[in-house]
Design a protein around this ligand. Sequence first.
Ligand SMILES: Cc1cc2nc3c(=O)[nH]c(=O)nc-3n(C[C@H](O)[C@H](O)[C@H](O)COP(=O)(O)OP(=O)(O)OC[C@H]3O[C@@H](n4cnc5c(N)ncnc54)[C@H](O)[C@@H]3O)c2cc1C
Length: 326
Amino acid sequence: MTGPVLVVAEARGPRLSEGSREAGAVGRQLAGADPTVAVALGASSASLAPELGKLGIGRLYVADGVPDEYPAAAAVGVVAAAEAAHASVIVLAGTSWGRDLTGRVAVRWKAAAASGVTQVVRDGSGLHVRRPLFGGRATETRTLGGDRAVIALRPHAFSPATDAPVEPSVETLSGLAVPPVLLAPHRNSVEPIGSGAGPALGDASIVVSGGRGVRTPENFRLVEDLAASLGAAVGASRAVTDAGWRPTSFQVGQTGKAVSPQLYIAVGISGAIQHIVGMVSSRVIVAINSDASAPIFKVADYGIVGDLFQIVPALTAEVRRVRGSG
Ligand SMILES: Cc1cc2nc3c(=O)[nH]c(=O)nc-3n(C[C@H](O)[C@H](O)[C@H](O)COP(=O)(O)OP(=O)(O)OC[C@H]3O[C@@H](n4cnc5c(N)ncnc54)[C@H](O)[C@@H]3O)c2cc1C
C-alpha cells in the first residue's frame, strides 16, 4: 500500500486537538516519502493551517460548507479530501468524534477500517495494526488489506507530532454535495454534564479517580483537589456514581468510560474487574489503598498502601508546592 496519507484535523476551539497532533505524527510516519496532507471541517478549519504546518503537514484541504458537528455529514468532506489527495490511508484521532467518523468514512470511501489502534505499520501488503480488545485483556493484530484503509488511534497511544515546520498550502474544496438527510438532525443545545472543571475524562492525559474508600460525597473533594493540582480529569468507580456522590458521567469501567491516560491514579478503589477493564490500558497506574491485598495493586505500576485521608492531602500539597501553585 503506497500513496499519500490524509490526517483528519479536529479543532478544540481555534486550536488543533491533542489527538490530532498524535494523528499527525502517525500520518507522517506512515507516509514515509509520500506526502502527508490534512483535512479540516467546520468553522475553525482554516485557522488550523499554521499549526499543521508546524507539524510538517504541507497541505490542508478545507471542506467548504461541511459542518463538523455531524459525523455523517463530515464524512462527505473527509472523503472528498481523500479523493483530491489520492490518499491511500486516512488517520483520525481516537476521540468520540473520530471513532464515530471512522466507520462512516470507511463505508463511503469503500475502505477497510480499525479503531482503537495502538501500533501501525504500512508495507506492500497493507496496513498492519495492533489494538487492545475485551477491555485490554487481549491484543489483536490485524491486516487491513486492499489499497485503502481508515484508522482511528487509541488516545495517548502515540506521541504527538513534533515540530518540523513547513509552509502549508490551503486548498478549498467547494461545491460538496452533502445530502440534506445528513444535516436533518439539528442540535438545539449542548449542556456539559459533570463538574465542567478540568479536561474531559476521555481525552485527559492524567485521570484521578475516587472510590467508596473516600466514604462520603464531601470527602470526594480530596480526589478533585488532587486532580486540580495536576490539571487532571476526575473519574470515579461505580460505587461512587451509584451512591449519587458524583454524576454517572464520572464513571470509569465496563459500564462507564474507557480511559487510557498517561497517568491514572486510583484513590480508595478496590479494583473490581468491571473497573479495571476501563482503565487498565493507562500508561502508568498508581493505586492508593489501605488494603495491601486489594486487586487494584495487581494492575498498578506504583502502589501506596495507606490511609487516603493522610496520603491524598499530602500529595496534593506537594504537587502544588512543586508546581508553585500555592
Ligand atoms: C454489570 C456490572 C457492571 C459494573 N460496571 C462498573 C463500572 O463500569 N465501573 C466500576 O467502577 N464498577 C462497576 N461495577 C461495580 C464493581 O463490581 C465494584 O462494585 C465497584 O467498582 C467497587 O467500587 P469501589 O472500588 O469504589 O468500592 P469498594 O469495592 O468498596 O472498594 C473501596 C476500597 O477503598 C479502600 N479503602 C477504604 N478506606 C480507605 C482509606 N481510608 N484509605 C485508602 N483506601 C481505603 C478499601 O480497601 C477498598 O479496597 C459493575 C458491576 C457490575 C455487576
